[in-house]
Design a protein around this ligand. Structure first.
Ligand code: SF4
Length: 475
C-alpha cells in the first residue's frame, strides 16, 4: 500500500481571497488583536503612540506589542525569530496586517518600552478581576530563579576575588623562583624557558591588576558581589541550580491560579519579600483582607508583622534553624511560652523564668533560662550541653499567631504548593522559559511581565473561552 502523498506542487489551488479567512473565529490571535486595540497605550507608557509629524513613519506600538504577545504565547521570544515569523506565519501576517518589521525594530521596541509592559500585565489582571476570575480569598507567594545573561565565571564576590589574588600571588612566587633558578641552570635552550616564564609572569601580573581593580570597585560600591556581563544579576543560592540570575516573585490567586502580581529582583533570598509582593496583589484585587501563604524561605518576623499590619493574614511555616535543630536537640517549638508568667515551660516541665535582654537586628530579644533545673535534668543530653537558653523577640506574639493559624489549617501548606507550582511549572516547562534574553533589571522585568501576561492570557482563554474574553474587551 502506498503512503499518503501530498499534492503536485504545480497544481493550481483556490486559496481563500482574504487573509482574514485563514484565521478561525476562535483563534487566540483574534483576542490579542482586540485586547491590544482596547488598551490606552499612551497611559501605559508606550513611546511614540502618536506618529511623529516629520521624518520616516515608524511602526505603531500596538502592532509591535501584538507581535510580542503572540510570540511569547507561542514560545518565540527572540527578535530575530519574531522577524522570521512576520514573513512566514499566517497568524502573524494576519495580526500585523502584513507588516514586516526587522529584528532591530522589534528588539528596540522591547528595550525602549520596558516599563510599559508591566502596565499591560496589570491591565489584563484588571480584566480578569472584572470577569470574576479571582477568588480574592487566598494568595500563594513564591519565588523562582531565572538565569541571567551572565556566565558564572564572570561573577565575583569579595571572597572569591581575594582568593584569586592569593592564588595569583602564589603562582607568581613560584614562577619568580623558577625564573631565578633558570638564570643559573638554563643552558642550550637559547633562553627560551626564561622567556616563556617572563611572559607567564607578565600575564599573571595583568590578571592580578584586574582582580585588584574589581575588588576596589566592589568595595567602593558597597555591594557584596559583581557581575561583569549583566551588572544587575547576582549569584544565586546553590540549591536553586541557577548560577547567576534573578529572583522572580509572584503572588497567585488560589481560585484559578492566575498571577496577580509579579516582580523581578536581584535579591538572592526570598526573606523579606512577602509584604511587598502580597501587598501589591491585595491592592490590585481591591480587598480589605486576604490570606497569604508562603514557604519557610519567607519567614522573617518583621516582614510577617508588616504583612499583618497591611491587612493580610500570613501563613508561613517556621524554619528549623539554629544550633538545637542542627544537632537534634529539643527544638524551640517544644518549649511553651506562658504569657501570664512571662516564662517558657520546657519539655521537662521546668519553668524558665530568669530573663535577660539582648538585641537581634533592631529588635529587643529576651532570653529565658533556669540554670539550676538544667544542671539536675534527666533530659539534659537531649536538650543542651550546659544549660538551655530560649530566646523570644519583643514582637514574637506575631509568630505565635502564625503558628496557631497553621495548627488550625495545616492543609494550607499543601494548597500553597498547588497554587504556585502551576504557574512556575507552566512557565518553565510548557512555555519553555529559559534564561532571560536581555541584560539589566528593568529589561528583565519587561521580559517577565510579558511571560506572566501570556501565562494569564492562556489560562483565561482555557477557563472562559475566546468568546467571553472578546465580549469583555469590546464592552
Ligand atoms: S535541660 Fe533544662 S531546659 Fe532542657 S529539658 Fe532539662 S531542665 Fe528543661
Amino acid at each position: 500500500m502506498a503512503h499518503i502523498s501530498g499534492i503536485d506542487r504545480s497544481q493550481t489551488l483556490l486559496f481563500p481571497e482574504a487573509i482574514d479567512d485563514y484565521v478561525g473565529p476562535d483563534n487566540p490571535v483574534r483576542f490579542i488583536d482586540a485586547f491590544v486595540d482596547g488598551l490606552d497605550l499612551a497611559a501605559a507608557g508606550f513611546a511614540r503612540v502618536a506618529p511623529e509629524k516629520t521624518g520616516r513613519p515608524g511602526y505603531a506600538p500596538g502592532d509591535l506589542l501584538k507581535l510580542y504577545i503572540y510570540g511569547y504565547l507561542n514560545r518565540v521570544r527572540s527578535s530575530r525569530r519574531l522577524e522570521a515569523e512576520c514573513h512566514r506565519n499566517v497568524e502573524v501576517i494576519w495580526l500585523l496586517r502584513t507588516l514586516k518589521p526587522d529584528f532591530k525594530t522589534i528588539a528596540d521596541f522591547r528595550a525602549d518600552n520596558r516599563k510599559a509592559f508591566r502596565a499591560v500585565f496589570r491591565q489584563f489582571v484588571v480584566l480578569c478581576r472584572k470577569l470574576d476570575l479571582f477568588g480574592r480569598e487566598l494568595l500563594g507567594v513564591d519565588g523562582t530563579r531565572i538565569k541571567a545573561v551572565n556566565n558564572k565565571d564572570r561573577n565575583y564576590t569579595k571572597n572569591s576575588l581575594e582568593k584569586f589574588i592569593k592564588n595569583v600571588d602564589e603562582r607568581l612566587d613560584e614562577y619568580l623562583k623558577r625564573l631565578d633558578e633558570g638564570d643559573v641552570t638554563e643552558s642550550g635552550t637559547g633562553g627560551s624557558r626564561t622567556k616563556n616564564l617572563a611572559e607567564k609572569i607578565e600575564a599573571l601580573r595583568a590578571k592580578r591588576e584586574r582582580y585588584k581593580d574589581l575588588l576596589a570597585g566592589l568595595e567602593a560600591s558597597g555591594e557584596d558581589q559583581i557581575s561583569l556581563t549583566d551588572p544587575d544579576s547576582r549569584a544565586m543560592a546553590k540549591h536553586t541550580k541557577v548560577a547567576v540570575g534573578y529572583n522572580v516573585q509572584i503572588a497567585v490567586d488560589a481560585k484559578n491560579k492566575l498571577i496577580v502580581e509579579q516582580e523581578v529582583t536581584n535579591q538572592v533570598l526570598d526573606m523579606g519579600l512577602l509584604t511587598q509582593t502580597a501587598g501589591a496583589a491585595r491592592e490590585t484585587l481591591e480587598v480589605e483582607k486576604i490570606d497569604v501563604v508562603a514557604d519557610r524561605g519567607y519567614f522573617k518576623i518583621e516582614d510577617i508583622e508588616a504583612c499583618e499590619k497591611a491587612g493580610m493574614t500570613p501563613h508561613v511555616p517556621k524554619p528549623q534553624r539554629g544550633y538545637a535543630a542542627r544537632n537534634g536537640l529539643f527544638r524551640k517549638d517544644e518549649f511553651r511560652y506562658d504569657a501570664e508568667k512571662d516564662a517558657y515551660i520546657c519539655p521537662a516541665g521546668q519553668v524558665l523564668a530568669t530573663r535577660y535582654e539582648s538585641r537581634q537586628r533592631d529588635l529587643k530579644r529576651f532570653n529565658y533560662c533556669n540554670r539550676a533545673a538544667c544542671l539536675a535534668c534527666p533530659l539534659k543530653s537531649r536538650c543542651t550541653t550546659d544549660w538551655r537558653k530560649v530566646s523570644r523577640l519583643e514582637n514574637e506574639a506575631v509568630l505565635d499567631r502564625v503558628a496557631e493559624r497553621l495548627k488550625a489549617r495545616p492543609e494550607i501548606l499543601n494548597t500553597r504548593r498547588e497554587i504556585v507550582e502551576h504557574p512556575f511549572g507552566t512557565i518553565k516547562q510548557w512555555m519553555n522559559q529559559g534564561a532571560f534574553l536581555m541584560k539589566g533589571l528593568e529589561k528583565v522585568r519587561a521580559e517577565f511581565s510579558l511571560t506572566a501576561l501570556v501565562y494569564n492570557l492562556r489560562r483565561a482563554l482555557n477557563i472562559l473561552g475566546i468568546e467571553v474574553l472578546m465580549k469583555a474587551v469590546r464592552a
